[in-house]
Design a binder for this molecule. Structure first.
Ligand code: 5RP
Length: 223
């Protein structure tokens, strides 16, 4: 199976998991990226059986609207049963690295609100130790150099993602070669640097369910 077929399989598994639990009042949190896009396209076949969605990026909002799925501002939604999103890396504790698509901050916000965070990923994303994928950090533009110096002090090699501006008007530093020991501590330490909006470690709020696409089928891992 190709990587895209694996992504499609996990997207379908997420639809199969959540759709029977949705009502006409349900609002679904939707992530960003190619795996999330497969999910959106498959979820759209069930529109009308749920109320709408909250999007983790402008791109996702556009795709949802393109399918005729109503998109709500998170502030107008009192309850979010599910958040479905991809990841750049996951470990067996369902701690993640996200932000390859620069949407990490809104993704983290929507994940924080949702009761159940379902991560959908092809098997290549499962790693023993997080950190081979450079850790994205969203930074207020004027703080870029300061944050980069602090990240070097933490042992990382930050690289400015040239030409990328997030939906929030900020910039991204991708941190290479960072030793991620206890992920919740590293997440908090980086978020404590003045000028950091957030970083792409999802350890304080990991996924609840991981649907992992392998050549032997979709595996379900739970925390
Ligand atoms: O965090 C993300 C976007 O900010 C994505 O979930 C992550 O980059 C995975 O993307 P893809 O599904 O295209 O492999």
């Amino acid at each position: 199976m190709t990587q895209d077929q694996l992504k499609q399989a996990v997207a379908q598994a997420a639809v199969d998991l959540i759709v029977p639990q949705l009502t006409d009042r349900s609002v679904v949190g939707v992530g960003t990226g190619s795996t999330a896009n497969f999910f959106i396209d498959l979820l759209a076949k069930h529109k009308g059986f749920f109320d709408g969605a909250v999007a983790s990026s402008d791109a996702t909002a556009e795709r949802l609207k393109g399918h005729g799925i109503p998109v709500y501002d998170l502030n107008s939604v009192s309850e979010l049963e599910f958040y479905v999103d991809g990841a750049d890396e996951t470990n067996s504790h369902l701690e993640l690295i996200k932000g390859g698509g620069a949407a990490l901050t809104r993704e983290k916000i929507v994940a924080a609100v949702a009761h159940t965070f379902i991560c959908i990923a092809d098997g290549s994303k499962l790693v023993e130790r997080l950190g081979e994928f450079p850790l994205p950090v969203e930074v207020i533009p004027m703080a870029r150099s300061h944050v980069a110096r602090e990240l070097v002090r933490l042992g990382g090699d930050p690289v400015y993602r040239e030409g990328v501006v997030t939906d929030n008007g900020n910039v991204i530093l991708d941190v290479h070669n960072l030793m991620i020991g206890f992920a919740p501590d590293v997440e908090a330490q980086i978020n404590n640097i003045v000028g950091v909006v957030t970083n792409g470690l999802f350890a304080a709020r990991p996924a609840d369910i991981l649907l992992l696409g392998t050549k032997d089928g979709v595996q379900t891992l739970k925390r």
